[in-house]
Every structure is written in structure tokens, then in C-alpha cells.
Design a protein around this ligand. Structure first.
Ligand SMILES: Nc1ncnc2c1ncn2[C@@H]1O[C@H](COP(=O)(O)OP(=O)(O)O)[C@@H](O)[C@H]1O
Ligand SMILES: [Mg+2]
Length: 519
């Protein structure tokens, strides 16, 4: 019957209740040869049954309880640790079978899976901690705290590379004294952090000594640092800094820790790069806003200047011209001039009067004095009267009571936007009617200008074309953005156009970036 057991690949033997070996299977025979005796003698080469510190031989228990047992037995072989799975079962009256299988490979795999799992867990914790943080300082602080928490350590820091000077400086640190940090400027290539930055490869120091190549090892010793891992922070292939995790205990870090920190280094490097880009973008936006503000002030000044000059010179000359023509017209009755000349003079007078009216309108629009004196509703009313009515476009104006004046820049922005919208209605819409609506509550003012004209495809106006097409609509958006509001442009071919502007009643700085539903 035992013959069947020969085919089992695991090492196997059968004993009686006095440890005498009754059978060895082929796998075991191949290893130790054909032998007779007690199992502890021939399998373990011992003179007494196995006991601590090896293991408490469970055969006695199996004999007593008549129930199988199974356990893992770790042992050292050469340099490495190996694992043996031992199972003992009662077989028949007074005999027992022991099966031995080397499970070191499975154990190793299991260990790797656990390490891998911890690794991924750590990375995802750090990633979720730093993601969404736009501010560089916050990213570094959060990262170092999370890393030290994962390593249940308390010493470490992050150095960033000053690319121009080629030096690394601690930006955040924990568990290190100010003495250590102060003036710590590590050149690329110098000491541990410097080499890590230069080569882009991590370094693990199990035991720090004078020969470890550490920069200012005296300082590290003062801090009682005995081991450390130093990894590069990389964005793509560029090193942007170095992360150091340290310990007072020698051999505190394993290679796995170094690999884990290297992955963290990649992630952190990307987050740092992104934060820097974001900061650059924010600064550029800020500069653009300032420039635009200046440009708008200059534009308004220029408009005022032109209005003044037109008023002082051209307008007065035109008035004088019409007066003269009128006088000539009156004199003509007596002088008896030819019919042709008379007609010409009457016509010229008409032209001069029209030009004078038109010029007055232009001057008013260039310099919205009405806005200064009467306020926004009256000024918009005037715009509508002077522009739409004369072009036979019916206009409905709906304003609610506005007791207080808005800030001058808000009023001017809303006035200029109305001006542009009305000019678009006249030039492009072919509309029959238009509605202008202005309403302010405690929080904000809403200005809406809509027409029932031909409409257009908003998506088509993506940039300002060479001829200037698009400048009007983009200008509107920029103006509202400058005063902390936002603007929606709704239009479809055949479905009219609606422009809605929301501006805060009291200017709140800095909220304009978040709000623009870019339509
Ligand atoms: N109310 C409107 N009705 C129809 N089309 C319009 C209207 N407003 C704007 N558009 C379209 O959008 C384009 C861009 O307008 P805008 O930026 O003011 O530039 P411009 O008026 O100089 O062409 C116009 O050329 C026109 O095709
Ligand atoms: Mg326009």
C-alpha cells in the first residue's frame, strides 16, 4: 500500500508511535538515502526527538488526539531563511505519516505581495494627500508629514534644487535642528543629497560613518543620525529636489523602503513641477490683468481727449458752418440767386445740421458724461434712444429701481458692454426688437441684452481675427472679469442673441478666476 506514496513529490515518511521509521518515499530516499532507525535520527540527524528550540515535535499530540496537524517551520540554510511546511496525520493503527514540503518560494511571493501592497497603499496615500494642493509649500509640508507617518519615523526633509545656482536647500524638515538646516547649501554632486540630485539615483545608507561620503558628517552625528535613505524628486527625467528620510537607529531602512521612497519621489517631483507651473500661470494672469487695467484706463483717457477736441474744434466749426449757411439761406431770398445755387445751399445746410447731430452723439458716446451725472440707467436709456430707435429697432428697457450708485468702474464697464452689444445688434443682427434688462439685488447686478435677430454660432468666435472680428465679444468678457464678474454669450443661428453679465455689487478681489463658465 505504501508503494502509492512513492509517487508523491513531497518528502514523506511513515513512523510507528515509537518514532521508528516504517517507510520512506522515493523523494526522501533520493535526499537522505535508504536508511533505517528513528525519524529524528535519520531525517533530522538528532539523537533525541525534536524539541525546542527547533520545534516541539507534534507526533505526541497526534498520537493522543488522533487528529492531524500542520505547521510552517522556518529555518536557516546558508545565508537565507527557508520555510518548511510539515503535516502529520494518523494513518492506521499505531502509524503516522509525516509530509514535508519546502514552501519558501510561496512564502517569498506572499512577502512580496504584502510589500507591494504596502507600497501601493503608501503611494496612494501620498498622492491623495498632495493632489489638489496648488501651493508648493503646502505640498511639501503635507508630503513630508505623510511620508514620516508611513515610516513611523520623525526625521527627514525635502531639499529643492535651485537650478541657476546648482545648489540644494532644505525647504521643509522634521526632527532636525535649526543648527543643522541653517546655511545647509549642498552643491550638486556634493555629499549624499548632492550625488542623488546629480545622478538621479537613490542612495541607502545602513550605517553612517566618516567614510560614508556624507556632506558635513559632523553635523549628522550631532543630530545622532545613524541611517538614511535619500531619493531624487523627479519630474519626467529632470531632478527638482531630494527627499531624505533618516533614523537614529542603524539598519533602519531596507532596499524595499528605498524603492518605495523612489516611487514617492517621482510622484512628489511631478506635484512640485505642476505647482510651479501653476504659480507661473497665476503670475502671468496677474500681470495680464494689470496690463489690461492700464490699457482700459488709457483707452478711456484717449476717448475723453478725442471727445474734448472734437467738441472744442470740430463741433464749434460745424456749428459755425451751419449758422453761416443758414444766414446765406436767409440772404438768398433778397439777392435773387439762381435756383441751382439756392438748392445747393439748402442741401449743404441740411448736411451740416445732420453732421452736427451725429457728432454730438459720437462725443456723448466717447465720453459718457451722462453716466457721470445721471447714472447708469439714464445713460443706457440714452444709448438705446440714440442708437436703436433711429434704426427702427423696437427696444424694451426694463430697469428696477436703483437707489445707490455702483462703483465708477462697474458703471463704466456695464455702459461700455451695452454700447458694444447695441452696436453688434445694429451691425450684425437684423433684429426687429431688442430687450435691455438691468437688475441689482444685495449681492450682484445682472445686465441682459437680447435681440430677435439672425444669431450666430458662438463656438465660431474662438479668437480675435485679423480684421478685429471677435474683439468686441472678448472685450466684454475681459471687462467683466476685471471687476470680478462673469459673462455668458448665448446665441444660435436663427435664434437671436442673449448677452448676460453678472457683476458683484461690492467688488471681491480674486474670485474672478473661478467663475468663468467659458461660453
Ligand atoms: N447680436 C448679434 N447678432 C448676430 N451676430 C452677432 C451679434 N453679436 C455678435 N455677432 C457675431 O459675432 C461676431 C463677433 O462680434 P464682435 O466680437 O463684436 O466683433 P465685430 O462686431 O467687430 O465683428 C460678429 O462679427 C458677428 O458675426
Ligand atoms: Mg462688435
Amino acid at each position: 500500500m505504501y508503494g502509492l506514496l512513492d509517487y508523491i513529490e513531497d518528502e514523506l515518511f511513515v513512523i510507528d508511535n515509537s518514532y521508528n521509521v516504517k517507510f520512506l518515499n522515493r523523494a526522501l530516499k533520493n535526499k537522505i538515502g535508504s536508511k533505517e532507525g528513528k525519524c529524528f535520527e535519520i531525517v533530522e540527524r538528532r539523537s533525541v526527538p525534536c524539541g525546542p528550540p527547533i520545534w516541539e515535535c507534534p507526533v505526541r499530540r497526534v498520537i493522543k488526539e488522533k487528529k492531524g496537524v500542520s505547521f510552517i517551520h522556518p529555518y536557516h540554510e546558508g545565508d537565507g531563511l527557508r520555510y518548511l511546511k510539515v503535516s502529520i496525520y494518523p494513518l492506521e493503527e499505531d502509524s503516522f505519516v509525516e509530509i514535508r514540503r519546502d514552501v519558501s518560494a510561496e512564502r517569498e511571493l506572499e512577502r512580496h505581495i504584502i510589500i507591494h501592497h504596502n507600497h501601493l497603499d503608501a503611494i496612494s496615500r501620498i498622492s491623495s494627500a498632495v493632489s489638489g494642493l496648488g501651493d508648493l509649500r503646502k505640498i511639501l509640508e503635507t508630503a513630508i508629514d505623510t511620508i514620516l507617518e508611513i515610516f513611523t519615523g520623525s526625521i527627514g526633509g525635502i531639499l529643492l534644487l535651485d537650478e541657476k545656482k546648482g545648489v540644494l536647500r532644505y525647504e521643509v524638515y522634521r526632527g532636525l535642528s535649526l543648527n543643522f538646516i541653517e546655511g545647509m547649501e549642498v552643491k550638486k554632486g556634493e555629499g549624499i543629497s548632492g550625488s542623488v540630485a546629480e545622478r538621479g539615483e537613490p542612495i541607502l545608507l545602513s550605517e553612517i560613518s566618516d567614510k560614508s561620503g556624507v556632506y558635513r558628517v559632523d553635523l549628522l552625528k550631532k543630530e545622532s543620525i545613524s541611517s538614511m535613505v535619500s531619493v531624487p524628486l523627479k519630474a519626467k527625467e529632470k531632478v527638482v529636489g531630494v527627499l531624505n528620510v533618516m533614523s537614529n537607529t542603524p539598519n533602519r531602512f531596507k532596499r524595499e523602503d528605498m524603492y518605495l521612497l523612489s516611487s514617492v519621489g517621482y510622484q512628489l517631483g511631478m506635484a512640485i513641477e505642476q505647482a510651479r507651473l501653476y504659480e507661473r500661470l497665476r503670475n502671468a494672469r496677474e500681470r495680464y490683468k494689470k496690463l489690461l487695467e492700464v490699457a482700459m484706463v488709457i483707452q478711456e483717457e484717449e476717448r475723453k481727449r478725442i471727445a474734448r477736441e472734437l467738441h472744442d474744434e470740430t463741433s464749434q466749426n460745424l456749428t459755425a458752418l451751419s449758422l453761416n449757411l443758414r444766414a446765406i439761406k436767409d440772404m438768398m431770398e433778397e439777392e435773387g440767386l439762381s435756383k441751382d445755387v439756392k438748392e445747393l445751399i439748402v442741401k449743404s445746410h441740411g448736411i451740416a445740421v445732420d453732421a452736427s447731430v451725429e457728432l454730438t452723439r459720437i462725443i456723448r458716446e466717447l465720453r459718457p458724461t451722462l453716466l457721470d451725472t445721471l447714472g447708469l440707467p439714464a445713460a443706457i436709456n440714452h444709448l438705446v434712444e440714440a442708437n436703436l430707435k433711429s434704426k427702427n429697432i423696437d427696444a424694451e428697457i426694463i430697469f428696477n429701481e436703483m437707489e445707490e450708485r455702483l462703483s465708477p468702474e462697474t458703471e463704466l464697464a456695464l455702459f461700455r458692454i451695452t454700447q458694444e452689444a447695441l452696436s453688434n445688434i445694429i451691425r450684425h443682427s437684423k433684429a426687429k426688437t431688442a430687450r435691455i434688462y438691468l437688475n441689482c439685488d444685495e449681492e450682484e447686478c445682472v445686465l441682459r441684452i437680447e435681440d430677435d435677430g439672425i444669431g450666430f454660432n458662438v463656438q465660431d468666435i474662438k479668437t480675435i481675427e485679423e480684421g478685429g472680428r471677435g474683439a468686441g465679444l472678448f472685450g466684454m468678457k475681459e471687462r467683466v472679469r476685471l471687476i470680478g464678474g462673469y459673462c455668458n454669450i448665448d446665441s444660435k443661428p436663427g435664434a437671436g442673441t442673449k448677452i448676460t453679465v453678472h457683476v458683484p455689487k461690492h467688488k471681491t478681489k480674486g474670485d474672478e478666476e473661478d467663475k468663468d463658465p467659458d461660453s
